[in-house]
Design a protein around this ligand. Sequence first.
Ligand code: NAP
Length: 551
Amino acid sequence: MAVSQLSPVDAASSDVSGAPALDHDAIIIGAGMSGMYQLHRLRELGLKVRVFEAGSGVGGTWYWNRYPGARFDSESYSYGYSFSPELLAEWDWSEHFAPQPETLRYLNHVADRFDLRRDMRFHSRVTAAHYDEALRGWAVTLEDGSRHTARFLITAIGPLSAPTLPRIPGIESFTGQSCHTARWPHEPVSFAGKRVAVIGTGATGIQTIQEVAKTAATLTIFQRTPNWCAPLHNRPISKDEMATIRAGYPEMFRRCQETFSCFLHTPDPRGTFEVTEAEREAFLEELYASPGFGIWVGNFRDYLVDREANAVVSDFVARKIRQRVKDPAVAEKLIPTNHGFGTRRVPLETRYYEVYNQPNVRLVDLRETPIEAITPAGILTSAGEQAFDMIIYATGFDAITGSFDRIDIRGLDGVQLKESWAGGPQTFLGVMVEGFPNMAMLMGPHTALGNIPRSIEYNVEWVTGLVRHMRDHGLTRADARPEAVAAWTEHVKSIGAGLLSNEVNSWFTGYNSNVDGKQTRIIARYSGSAPDYRAWCDAVAAKGYPELLLD
Ligand code: NAP
């Protein structure tokens, strides 16, 4: 095949080899953080790229999740892009953990600064993507029926972007306002004087609850499983502090590259029982009083694999909950009993537990009184019906593979990705899938997630490197070798062995009670260290991609 198909001049219009011309060199699905950066990098290679985005603007997660209280719970400055010194120099973060509107402003600023929108098409939900052997490329169909072709298909569709509503009878019958948190209206929503229900107490529900409790007439929280939460300790960033942060950017990003999950925090080298009880208590107190994810990812090195160690940390956090919630019966309901601290994503909170001391707030424990139906007036549990003006569904996502399942992605011989992943995803490096040539996934299953923007930048660089290699060598097709997929998938499984989080139902394990076929836990994420992940990927590139069939 002609190299010219990857040159900016000829790509869309002609092919000296006589193969059908393609509309674009690459189609990227999604204009979130990964799609934006991938567009920028591929354009630098001189490629003709089109991004299709379902929403009306850039931002992905930060575009869709406009629910009250949405904010970073990783340090803002460690969550921005690191690739552009100019961008780092000109953007000030106002809080250590920025609220969603600020992050969305930031991403819009990035889109303006790098003139990204000219290659993006909004209101363009991709419904299908089929590999076409004759094209040696992909034909992508949008919701409006239009068809677009490209050599490469790059999915930038996010691990948490397919929202799921609970499967409760009568959900359509409710006559008040209702909304999933990830489909929050763009207009302001007032809770003043309203009887509000929140279903779900994950990281999203907890941020929502804190905010709604401030103004709602009544707030009723429907909790099925309590989660272990820890304080965020957010505060504003002064001008002087921002200057210090900016001066420290090179060192901070270098540290992020070295830590286990690219966070600023990294596991403490000590084992839980290698210190005295007093030292342990003091360390946990220090973590509980510190901002961000330190208590989750900067804790004793063994507490996420050793049950006894985990029980010690969990007991510590349970004591904190009991101290903060006045009603002992309510406190007990808020303490998880079916999983240990840190084995699910730890929601970070600001006075979340104190919300339950407010007279306008009530906790409904669905383990005692399950929801039987949503009614036109409100919610019916086994204890009776309660009327509401508004129901907020903070019920999470069909995570990791869900956004892939919602697109009819077909590879060689019309094989559907959803079908081939029915028993769990099979990938090479979490980026490539055998039988789906020229498709690359950003933040797909089996990649290192951790500090997502750091992982995105790495994923994008790797994919860009592969595309550059193909261009430079006149190659037009890349497919993962089956043995490479088997080896990587096995590697991902083996490093996940022994992790307590893999024994727990949560989005980490691809579990979702609201989606058919997702009640089996899978190994959905790469759980080794980010440096190890990068070492694997770098080695593949350095050797010239022997694990890929390239022609
Ligand atoms: P989630 O963690 O999956 O939580 C969903 C909640 O809804 C759970 O409490 C779940 O209960 C409940 N639920 C689901 N179906 C239900 C049903 N049929 N009946 C009753 N309750 C039901 O989802 P999320 O809170 O949206 O968070 C997902 C992830 O997004 C987080 O873990 C995090 O990675 C990310 N996130 C990040 C931020 C941030 O960075 N600041 C903020 C929010 C979210 P069960 O536990 O019983 O299933």
